[in-house]
Design a protein around this ligand. Sequence first.
Ligand SMILES: [Zn+2]
Ligand SMILES: [Zn+2]
Length: 190
Amino acid sequence: MNDTIEHKIIISPMGDHDTDLLDTIGKEVKRLFGFPVERKKLVNNVDFAFDTKREQYYSTPILEKLALKATPDTSRILAITDIDLFIPILTFVYGEAQLGGTSCIISTCRLTKDLSAETSKDIFYSRVIKEAIHELGHTFKLLHCKDPSCIMHYCRSIKDVDQKSDQLCRYCKILLDDEKKRLLKKISGS
Ligand SMILES: [Zn+2]
Ligand SMILES: [Zn+2]
């Protein structure tokens, strides 16, 4: 039966994060992807991903480790950290995802850039949510979108992040709905 199958998105904080921020991310994720959201710490120690030369953490092995923690009722895992992440071809990343896979991660490390005292919380939250949805979007097979206001637009700088909206463009929304339908069909076995 369809309604007995839980197809969860796990929000997995690494280290300490503001509960209010985690709640807000959870709400937005549920609103956009429609799956039940649960909060669970899955991976705590990421020393294995530390690059001593760069003094940053390589996000790809962290994604692999996270994916191993998925239980059968887990659809996707979104990890949130404040450590500085990289992949070898880039100086840093705001996040990384397994395309069409289980896990993704975002880092708040570079999302605090240029915040002013009076608007800081709102802007910071908005940045974190945009990046969270963006990376989860990749796990639902969404690719980068040319539309600079679409949440799937690739951001090189914090200015790009601030300029894009917190919504998918019409085209990406259709692709996401198709992928969600496909996944739901698969788990209901029809
Ligand atoms: Zn991306
Ligand atoms: Zn788009």
